[in-house]
Ligand binder design. Structure first.
Ligand SMILES: Cc1cc2nc3c(=O)[nH]c(=O)nc-3n(C[C@H](O)[C@H](O)[C@H](O)COP(=O)(O)OP(=O)(O)OC[C@H]3O[C@@H](n4cnc5c(N)ncnc54)[C@H](O)[C@@H]3O)c2cc1C
Length: 402
């Protein structure tokens, strides 16, 4: 038989796994399925031809991190056998097993459709300010370390402003990366000390939660804040943004010159439109990430409705559980070893304003009940370096190069 025909027949019989989102969760699923030698075509549809890693983005503020170290492309993953489609998924039809996407700038553009036998949703979060009055008009004032573009503008402002009030805001949990708002406040404090202008600025951290996140290190953060002169306001949800002030639900007004604000997080709208969940994607359990209504739709990472913090380790672990479930359904004996537990490092800046950030270590182990928290409250430079190694090894493992 003709070789091309043989290949076509083989691919017609291959299962089709479509993964939406080529980040931590999506790439972990793709790699695990490839390692499990599943007889399937694994396609990742992802909105950008590159991935921008999260954990050390806050260090772009202090210029301790550079973009080239935290951006990766998909070329090595493609070499390993993952198909990558650059496009933004905008609708899912779970009854007919179809994903629709609009082409990204390296594809031919236009709208495309992918059929699947298994769909894994790993699109991460969207930052949703739509419930905040004045957001549309003043969105350009809303800066933070979450967004690749806005982090640069925030950096430029804190390196050039002469005086004023900087408001940092954390929305109600769960949101992606619990300590990022406190990291933002403390790294801004370091930059201003480094510049010798800290006494010309007021830094106010407004938090919609009853303590800073994650709760396990809230006491440590509060002590460091009082030493560094950062004002902390808890239980205050921002509901309105103006040109120079924000208003909270209880009517308090805070003036700002620089607003470093994280919007509430949610899964992309197409999830709700497809009936797969409201704010997050519904799953059966943290170990069985299939949608309650559909055996062939799974969700992983930050977009999944898991009872855990939204961070990289949990995203990765949920991805391994999801990949294991697909392998099990396909009759493969391969399983990735996985359990839910994480260790993290939160940047706490440098009290003397040296651009060598210190970090505190914290963790949560979900293998015991109740989950076991751990922390070392002593800020250390070694922890910042450990976080860098950890992030770099994730990128090397998932994207195939350092
Ligand atoms: C500033 C910052 C600091 C952080 N710090 C830490 C930390 O210190 N420790 C820690 O453990 N975690 C940290 N995180 C969190 C960590 O990065 C995330 O939890 C993790 O990346 C979640 O993985 P994910 O696969 O769910 O989403 P992501 O890794 O974000 O991947 C989602 C992918 O899907 C793509 N996508 C989105 N929508 C669509 C669509 N409609 N169609 C196609 N593709 C789509 C995106 O472009 C992206 O490539 C931080 C994150 C940020 C932003």
């Amino acid at each position: 038989m003709d070789q091309n025909l043989k290949m076509k027949i083989r691919s017609d019989f291959m299962k089709k796994v479509v993964i939406v989102g080529g980040g931590i969760g999506g790439m972990a699923v793709a790699n695990t399925l490839i390692s499990g030698k599943i007889n399937a075509e694994v396609t990742v549809v992802t909105q950008s031809p590159h991935y921008f890693s999260g954990p050390s983005r806050p260090l772009l503020l202090t210029k301790e991190q550079t973009l080239d170290r935290i951006v990766r492309g998909y070329e090595e993953a493609i070499r390993k056998g993952v198909k990558v489609v650059v496009g933004t998924a905008f609708s899912i039809d779970p009854a007919n097993r179809k994903v629709r996407y609009v082409g990204g700038y390296t594809s031919s553009g236009g709208v495309g459709e992918l059929a699947y036998d298994y769909l894994v949703l790993a699109p991460g979060v969207v930052l949703d300010g739509s419930g905040i009055t004045g957001y549309d008009k003043y969105r350009h004032n809303v800066l933070n370390v979450y967004d690749p573009g806005r982090v640069h503008l925030l950096r430029s402002k804190i390196w050039s402003a002469e005086r004023g009030t900087i408001v940092v805001y954390a929305p109600k949990a769960p949101y992606r990366c619990a300590p990022a708002p406190t990291e933002t406040a403390l790294l801004i404090d370091s930059v201003l000390r480094h510049r010798g202008v800290r006494d010309k600025f007021k830094i106010v951290h407004i938090d919609a939660n009853d303590k800073t996140q994650p709760p396990v290190i809230a006491d440590v953060v509060s002590q460091i804040y009082s030493r560094q002169g950062i004002e902390l306001v808890t239980n205050q949800e921002i509901v309105e943004i103006g040109e120079r002030e924000v208003v909270t639900k209880s009517g308090e007004r805070y003036k700002y010159d620089v607003l470093a604000m994280l919007e509430p997080n949610r899964a992309p709208k197409f999830v709700e439109e497809a009936g797969l969940g409201k704010t997050w994607i519904d799953v059966r359990s943290p170990q069985d990430l299939r949608h309650p209504k559909y055996d062939d739709v799974l969700a992983v990472g930050d977009a999944a409705g898991l009872p855990f913090p939204k961070n990289q380790e949990i995203a990765f672990e949920s991805a391994l559980f999801a990949a294991n479930k697909i392998l099990e359904m396909e009759g493969s004996s391969y399983r990735a070893s996985v359990q839910y537990a994480f260790v993290g490092w939160a940047y706490v800046g440098n009290p003397e304003g040296r651009l060598e950030s210190l970090s505190v270590r914290f963790g949560l182990d979900f293998t015991s009940q109740p989950p076991k928290p751990s922390k070392d409250p002593e800020p250390k430079r070694d922890y910042t370096l450990a976080k860098d190694n950890w992030e770099q090894s994730y990128l090397a493992n998932l994207f195939g190069y350092s």
